[in-house]
Design a protein around this ligand. Structure first.
Ligand SMILES: Nc1nc2c(ncn2[C@@H]2O[C@H](COP(=O)(O)OP(=O)(O)OP(=O)(O)O)[C@@H](O)[C@H]2O)c(=O)[nH]1
Ligand SMILES: [Mg+2]
Length: 685
């Protein structure tokens, strides 16, 4: 495949609800354009796009896939994306590499949850888009109902540019409202508009002309004077309308029957914007898709392969990325050696000498580069806006199955998170557990399976422990004397401490108030160490302590028997005893949840929250959705992703971040303490 000028490139993401036929459509488009020699099927695991064994197993897409093809002098880079919610991170990445999104609908189901999400993500980037009503051959397929739904949700800018000929079993082609011709069968043979569709085609065309004309002064004048716009003028108006977001064309097809597919390719090339049409705006200037400019490329995906190593997918916004060269990674402030550059189609890699402005490619074995980074030249360094990912909402604690797995676990987890930045990895400092978080339970499950398949590391998952803490509510003092008289040297230290509560979030503070050297200077540090180490395990259930001030106010030494260790022991015992008298309490983490749900589900969501000890801080209606700001104990919302899904049929979403610690209500504390002590004993046995 040769290099194409940016004007002749179309980068188009296929996005929409799971099962609406994105992958099948990608396959049909590749086949129609001769870029695939056979028409694969999702069910058989034979599509170019769903090539990953994990995708074969599940029969739906988990990763974004590049599907390049050539069509009437254009290069079309389709980017297939997953529709299943848990893998939305990939959609976010794909949308940053394209100039438009083709939002697919299942003609029988219309707009679904995944469609709304795809739409919202495209909105966030002001991305031009088109709607394809796919699966027109299916039972209950209804093009006009889909069109009306889209208009009700997103406004009158959604207009038909095609009209299906027949529907369900009789679906056989499309009428194109720009050319006012029919295109029939898998070959898309041109024909006259069937008589029974003529009137409807005319009236839909009228709506299209109205919006298209408004994009240009000359066109609107002509239109208002009652003159007909010719096909080229209409196409120019539609193109401008799509580019500026005032028009969203609605088309029809059947991916598996390959009907409407060739005409769809024509429409993609004729109507959707090219990289030259939408220059990237950066720091108040425009970055033209010009190969002679300095390089500016965005890394939108990284895949980890145990054999090939890292493969970095990039979109070139300006300049060209040449093989056997160097590039400056502006985010990491590092020079990257660029080896072989590839054009990617599904899993196939075709070596090419360069990838030019407007186009998409990949390069292997970059050392420093991560998803979201900008590759450029050091002289004209710039950072393109980072890719924003949805916040993780499901977490699991992971542990190795065997000793061998333990050794390789860290690297494998690191690699998988690198490949999918919508996953997050952290060691919980309170519980010591390694926690992996993702956009849903399946997201985490797939990551664990991938680790096994790619790196041969077997991991077990379980619900993370809640990192409880301990503190005190009152002021109290205690004195402890550590004294041992054995054979020769004895041990002696006396320490008197006072503990008192501090405001939440302050930690443990040590204050030395010794006067007259009753505890000699050289042992103050030992007392502090004893206090700090002692505070790692509280007196209720060995949870770390926080928010206490510990003051050393008295003590005693013995000129021969005192030692560092004796003072440490005395200090930690004095701490324990003073805490026992200071109304010890259990603290639990409270999380901030920002929950966005459809207006209709608000009542159910709130009453569910009430049962979860949550505090609702505010509610903000935004169109059809309501955002609820709330705080709830982590112990109650560890499985909130699943709850949210069932409460809102998948329409709701939320972000969760740590807020602060609060006292566990007394009636719940004892049970938590008993369980923790039992677990500790079991672990020791
Ligand atoms: N009848 C009919 N079935 C279709 C059509 N397009 C796709 N399908 C079927 O619908 C199912 C889902 O198709 P996919 O192409 O995997 O859908 P997808 O949008 O890629 O799904 P995700 O990857 O989960 O987002 C498969 O069984 C396809 O064979 C179509 O136009 N007509
Ligand atoms: Mg798919």
């Amino acid at each position: 495949m040769k290099d194409y000028p940016a004007e002749n490139i179309r980068n188009v993401a296929l996005a929409g609800h799971g099962g609406s036929g994105k992958t099948s459509l990608g396959e049909a488009l590749l086949f129609a354009a001769g870029a695939a020699s056979r028409l694969g099927k999702v069910e058989d695991g034979t599509t170019v796009s769903d090539w990953d064994p994990d995708e074969h197993k599940r029969q739906f897409s988990l990763n974004l896939s590049l599907l390049p093809l050539e069509w009437s002098g254009h290069k079309v880079n389709l980017v297939d994306t997953p529709g299943y919610m848990d893998f939305m991170g990939e959609v976010k990445c794909a949308l940053r590499a394209v100039e438009s999104a083709l939002i697919t609908l299942d003609a029988a189901s219309g707009v679904q949850v995944g469609t709304e999400f795809a739409w919202r993500f495209a909105d966030e980037l002001s991305l031009p888009r088109a709607i394809l009503v796919n699966r027109m051959d299916r039972e209950n397929a209804d093009f006009m109902s889909c069109l009306t739904q889209a208009q009700n949700l997103w406004g009158g800018k959604c207009v038909a540019v095609q009209l299906p000929i027949g529907s369900q079993q009789s679906f056989q082609g499309v009428v194109d409202l720009l050319t006012m011709k029919a295109y029939v069968g898998a070959k898309g043979e041109e024909a006259d508009i069937p008589g029974d569709l003529a009137a409807q085609a005319e009236s839909l065309r009228e709506k299209l002309v109205e919006i298209a004309a408004e994009t240009d002064d000359a066109l609107i004048t002509k239109y208002l004077e009652g003159e007909e716009l010719n096909a080229d003028e209409l196409a120019a108006g539609v193109r401008a309308g799509i580019r500026t977001g005032v028009l969203v064309p609605v088309l029809a097809a059947s991916a598996t029957k390959a009907i409407g597919v060739r005409r769809l390719l024509d429409s993609i090339c004729a109507l959707l914007p090219s990289p030259a049409d939408v220059p990237l705006k950066l720091d108040g200037r425009e970055l033209a898709a010009d190969p002679s400019q300095p390089l500016a490329a965005l890394v939108f995906k990284t895949s980890a392969d145990p054999y090939v190593g890292r493969l970095t997918y990039f979109k070139v916004f300006a300049g060209a990325l040449r093989g056997d060269s160097h590039a400056w990674n502006a985010n990491q402030q590092a020079d990257e050696r660029i080896g072989q550059v590839y054009r990617i189609s599904g899993k196939a890699q075709e070596p090419v000498s360069q990838v030019v402005a407007g186009d998409i490619g990949a390069v292997a074995k970059l050392a420093e580069t991560h998803t979201g980074d900008t590759l450029c030249t050091k002289e004209a360094a710039m950072t393109l806006p980072a890719i924003s990912f949805p916040s993780p909402s499901s977490s699991a604690a992971v542990s190795p199955k065997t000793k061998a797995d333990l050794d390789k676990m860290g690297t494998a987890l690191q690699r998988i998170v690198e490949e999918d930045p919508s996953l997050r990895l952290e060691r919980n400092p309170g519980t010591g557990e390694m926690i992996i978080s993702g956009l849903g339970d399946s997201h985490v499950d797939v990551a664990i399976e991938k680790i096994k398949r790619k790196f041969g590391v077997e991991l077990e998952t379980h619900t993370p422990k809640v990192p409880y803490r301990e503190s005190v509510k009152a002021k109290s003092q205690a004195e402890y004397t550590h004294k041992k008289q054995t054979g020769g040297h004895g041990q002696f230290a006396r320490v008197a401490l006072e503990v008192e509560p501090l405001p939440r979030g302050t930690g443990v503070e040590f204050v030395d108030k010794i006067v007259g050297g009753v505890v000699p200077k050289q042992y103050i540090g030992s007392v502090e160490k004893g206090v700090m180490e002692g505070s790692h395990e509280g007196i209720l259930a060995h949870f770390p302590m926080m928010d206490v001030r510990v003051t050393l106010f008295d003590g005693k030494e013995h000129p021969v028997d005192s030692s560092d260790i004796a003072f440490k022991i005395a200090a930690s015992m004095a701490l324990k005893q003073s805490c026992e008298k200071a109304q010890p309490i259990l603290l639990e983490p409270i999380m901030n949840l920002q929950i966005t749900v459809p207006e209709a589900n608000t009542g159910d969501v709130i009453s569910d929250l009430n049962g979860k000890r949550a505090r609702v801080l505010g509610m903000t209606p935004e169109g059809a959705m309501t955002t609820i700001d709330t705080q709830a104990p982590l112990a109650e919302v560890q499985h909130y992703a699943a709850d949210m899904r069932s409460l809102t049929q998948g329409r709701g979403f939320f972000a969760m971040t740590f807020a602060h610690y609060e006292e566990v209500p007394a009636h719940m504390a004892q049970k938590i303490i008993d369980t923790a002590i039992k677990e500790r004993e079991a672990a020791r046995a």
